[in-house]
Design a protein around this ligand. Structure first.
Ligand code: SF4
Ligand code: SF4
Ligand code: SF4
Ligand code: FES
Length: 635
């Protein structure tokens, strides 16, 4: 297999130059070859030229507080919480953005520093309106933690008593409460720089500065893709995901309702963090116990429909290839995956004329809803009107997805409520359950079987790996030529990865593919999606067949509904847990899932992409473009 990684790790950005880190990166960490002597709190060390004071301090376990700094984002240097005293400098300096380029003597907790930091935190609190006990970030708020750490007990500079901003709850996915905003601009850098969407911006000046959308419109009326990445990086409760907890409790408490929940793989390796576990501990079976005790009638595995997705999406690809190569029809290739609703909305806004490239297969969440309210309802003799279909997802965009009007092919709303990992953790805590110490339980029949291929959907590259395992075997009759089925070229964290798989021998149905080379690509985060789409627009992807895009950095394990904080290390630990769990499963290829095969035999009788599959498991998209504005301009 011929594989290569594109040199796309370097950031390009539409962000203002002042918000970019590239120029700083150039002199960073020894790129000029020199090391410099630094003294931090009387501890001597040598650091590569260009290391920041913050990084140097970290390397010797000296903790400097930060607020606007985030490991995923470029520098902003706007909050000044990280100030330190540098010998020879009249004013305090921001440690996060001070590169060491000459010998330096730094004090990180001198009286002047402590006074300075306390004043800065007090100034932030002065404009902060909101009560911690009713805030979604209570006990996980960086501002609250700073106030506690610096012993703030009174409002030295006063405190506003009234709300200044209207809350924006227009979106199905993300809510904004600017009364709690500290103007750190992490959301702005996330949206502009990390995701290259550009919904949020700092507007006005001085005391009037605020974070706003285009023309201050409700989030629902702008080009937000609902990825929730801004929520994951907001240090306060100013941004949060829509909460469906109460609706789900009401359904559980209603004896006339049959409430089922499907759980996706990514929340299962992350929810332990909400209970104090280190990232990367799988809680799948403890979670099954918690959900059953909470009162869900059935606990099912989204991996079942992830396998179904591979069957549908893989078949769709093969049929397109046949149309192109045998029937000489004009088809939209490469085909793009469709299971990330943030990505789908991104294409709808930014590349509406390329929507025909996106697979019509619904996401696993939505396929599940459609199967539950048709096949499952009939088999169990339950009126689908009485089924409440809930999902546990890593994702805020899934909330939007299940509200799409076209997602009702079962005759009902396919999925009623999508809960994020954070929401479900809150519900479990409300029941007084200590998740990590619960006994283990299996998923329920009949929709509790998923393969390893489905499990790895949770990480960037996982959908592609699952698809290759199945498509290659369908076409050649042989297993993919990779040790332990690990298709390593599509794994990893590089922003864009690609692989080429020669098909030396093909079965009779697929003879037209013999001698061909299957070329695939993987991208995660919409900034990388943009690069790929621009390549598509320039005609540079004409020899590629299948491309996986996940809207969130790292894929679903880094989704906007996952536990906060997030960082590259946390996402890697979650991904490793998924790959480890995968290798212990009895089935590791989607086409081997016995329930999937049974469903095709009993229900979707024409097979993948047949008539009924098309009706229930496929969908259509909406070319939205960049200008919407269907609602009134917000105050
Ligand atoms: S954002 Fe933080 S400080 Fe503000 S109310 Fe919420 S928990 Fe409290
Ligand atoms: S949800 Fe995503 S697209 Fe929407 S504002 Fe936040 S980062 Fe931007
Ligand atoms: S909304 Fe949150 S992330 Fe954005 S500037 Fe305000 S506090 Fe920072
Ligand atoms: S963390 Fe350094 S200026 Fe905000």
């Amino acid at each position: 297999m011929d594989n290569k990684k594109r040199p796309f790790s370097e950031k390009t950005s539409r962000a203002p130059v002042s918000q970019r880190s590239q120029s700083f990166e150039k002199i960073k960490k020894g790129s000029l070859g020199a090391t410099i002597k630094a003294v931090i709190d009387d501890i001597e060390l040598n650091v590569p030229m260009g290391t920041t004071i913050l990084e140097a301090a970290k390397s010797i376990n000296v903790n400097i507080p930060t607020l606007c700094q985030h490991d995923d984002l470029c520098l902003a240097g706007v909050c000044r919480v990280c100030v330190v005293e540098v010998e020879g400098q009249r004013t305090l300096q921001a440690a996060c953005s001070y590169p060491i380029t000459a010998p330096i003597n730094v004090k990180t907790y001198s009286p002047k520093v402590r006074r300075g930091r306390r004043n800065i935190i007090q100034l932030l609190l002065r404009n902060h309106y909101g009560e911690c006990y009713s805030c979604s970030k209570n006990n996980n708020c960086e501002l609250q933690a700073l106030a506690k750490e610096y012993g703030i007990r009174t409002y030295t500079f006063g405190h506003i008593e009234e709300s200044r901003y209207e809350q924006d709850d227009s979106s199905y996915s993300v809510e904004r409460d600017m009364d709690k905003c500290v103007l750190c601009r992490r959301c702005v850098r996330t949206c502009i720089d990390l995701q290259e969407v550009g919904v949020l911006e700092a507007v006005e000046r001085g005391a009037e500065t605020k974070i706003a959308t285009y023309l201050n419109k409700p989030l629902d009326d702008v080009i937000c893709i609902n990825c929730g990445q801004c929520i994951n990086r907001c240090p306060t409760g100013a941004l949060k995901a829509k909460n469906s907890t109460e609706e789900v409790w009401t359904a559980i408490d209603d004896p006339t309702k049959h409430v089922i929940i499907q759980t996706a793989p990514s929340p299962r390796v992350a929810i332990g963090e909400e209970f104090g576990l280190a990232p990367g501990k799988s809680m799948t079976k403890q979670l099954n116990t918690a959900l059953k005790r909470m009162g869900f009638d059935k606990v099912f595995d989204t991996n079942f429909t992830a396998d179904l997705t591979i069957m549908e999406e893989g078949t769709e690809l093969l049929l397109k290839l046949k149309d192109a190569l045998v029937n000489k029809k004009k088809v939209a290739l490469p085909q793009f995956t469709s299971c990330s609703p943030g990505w789908v909305k991104y294409v709808e806004h930014f590349y509406p004329d390329k929507l025909e490239h996106v697979s019509t297969a619904k996401s696993p969440q939505q396929m599940f809803g459609a199967i539950v309210k048709t096949w499952y309802a009939k088999r169990e003799g339950i009126d689908p009107a009485n089924i409440v279909s809930v999902s546990l997802m890593p994702c805020s965009a899934k909330k939007f997805e299940c509200e799409r009007p076209e997602m009702d092919d079962s005759g009902f709303k396919d999925v009623d409520f999508a809960l994020t990992t954070r929401e479900l953790a809150g519900m479990i805590k409300e029941c007084g359950m200590d998740l990590p110490n619960l006994p283990k339980a299996e998923f329920d029949d009949p929709l509790g079987t998923g393969t390893g291929a489905a499990l790895i959907f949770g990480s960037t590259g996982g959908v592609m790996e699952a698809a290759i395992r199945t498509v290659y075997e369908i076409v050649t009759g042989e297993e993919v030529p990779f040790n332990k089925l690990r298709i390593t070229p599509v794994r990893g964290t590089e922003g864009i990865r690609e692989a080429a798989l020669p098909i030396k021998k093909a079965k009779s149905d697929w003879k037209f593919l013999e001698g061909a080379t299957l070329k695939v690509m993987v991208g995660h985060g919409t900034a990388n999606a943009k690069k790929i789409m621009d390549m598509l627009c320039r005609g540079e992807l004409s020899d590629y067949h299948f491309i996986e895009i996940m809207a969130c950095p790292g894929g679903c394990i880094g989704g906007g509904g996952q536990p906060i904080p997030t960082s590259p290390e946390i996402r890697e630990a979650r991904a490793n847990a998924i790959y480890k769990e995968e290798e212990g499963l009895p089935y590791r290829k989607s086409h081997e899932n016995p329930t999937v095969n049974m469903i095709y035999k009993e229900f979707l009788k024409e097979g993948p992409c047949g008539h009924l599959s098309h009706k229930l498991l496929h969908t259509k998209y909406t070319p939205r473009g960049k200008w919407i504005g269907k609602k009134k301009v917000a105050k």
